[in-house]
Design a protein around this ligand. Sequence first.
Ligand code: NAI
Ligand code: ISE
Length: 346
Amino acid sequence: MTLKFGVIGTGAIGSEHIKRITNHLSGGKIVAVTDVNEASARNVVNQFELDAVIYPDDKALVADDNVDAVLVTSWGPAHEQSVLAAIEAGKYVFCEKPLATTAEGCMRIVEAEMKHGKRLVQVGFMRRYDSGYVQLKQAIDSNYIGDPLMVRCVHRNPSVGENYTTDMAIHDTLIHEIDVLHWLINDDYKSVQVAFPKKTSRALAHLSDPQLITLETNSGIIITAEVFVNCQYGYDIQCEVIGEEGVAYLPEFPGITTRKNAKLGTSILMDWKDRFIEAYDIELQDFIDSIKKTGEPNGPTSWDGYIAAVTADACVKAQQTGEKEPVTLAEKPGFYKNEKEVVQQS
Ligand code: NAI
Ligand code: ISE
């Protein structure tokens, strides 16, 4: 069986995902596309020689009986409407982050999915599929470094466009750390605080850059995460977990080392598309395969999207108050609990 995708939003990541489903992955096919910018939709159909219908909007695309799964890669504020329409029609959904731009919007999706009665939605938190993070998780889960006490993270982009705002450092950028870290250390966030170091002269007037975010978990683990989106030199993702028995580091992206002119050198990537290229492939292949095998997607859930949105909202509040802000989550519904959580509860 081939999983037939309809794609909403054919911009940067939408066209990357269309390319991977069409040319690199197995078991998926693009049969429909839509974009508010019709020329963009037409462009991908021509570029990837798709046999796909171009629809005027998300509602028309979702209503197509030929579409089994909806890939939501439009702008964040448009996600909620498309995801809800897809759930209403009983279609599977792969939604890029954020699931919705507010915690309330994510909760509406959670409720719609529970009402439908089975899991339909996977959120595009691809770092959980990155081999470096998977190895870090193995080091933690096998107790190799003992109980985690602290985590230090860095999320640097070479530069950002003029529409990028101070709160986007949280909703658009830190959101990846927010998701991957609670998964990594098996703990929930309790509070967050944001500090603004000296501002780089490279940032536009309206943007505070860099930012230093501190997240504390229920068990007392302290995480510091630097977001610096005008660092100039490259796309740089770092993570160090300090445990009671040892320390584990996220591996650097592999590349050759050179020795020349009295210098030892390794290239640093410039683009997120390249840094997580394998993780994007694996997450979408897992989406296709798990639906075929079990009838439900296997990756990050709507509930994970909700956790990320609540935590991001608390960080944005902390940007404004300068205070430590609580992270208050609703109780996790049994619908989203995994086998281990169900056993722990009983
Ligand atoms: P983009 O601006 O390049 O593309 C977005 C596209 O969606 C545009 O072509 C726009 O015309 C279209 N669009 C907007 N509203 C629409 C609507 N209501 N219906 C149909 N089309 C609509 O943006 P980009 O970088 O591709 O980001 C898209 C989403 O993917 C964002 O939510 C972003 O946060 C996420 N993203 C995730 C990444 C990851 O690493 N997982 C990396 C980059 C983006
Ligand atoms: C972008 O939307 C992403 O998701 C990238 O992974 C992140 O590094 C970047 O800061 C975001 O703007």
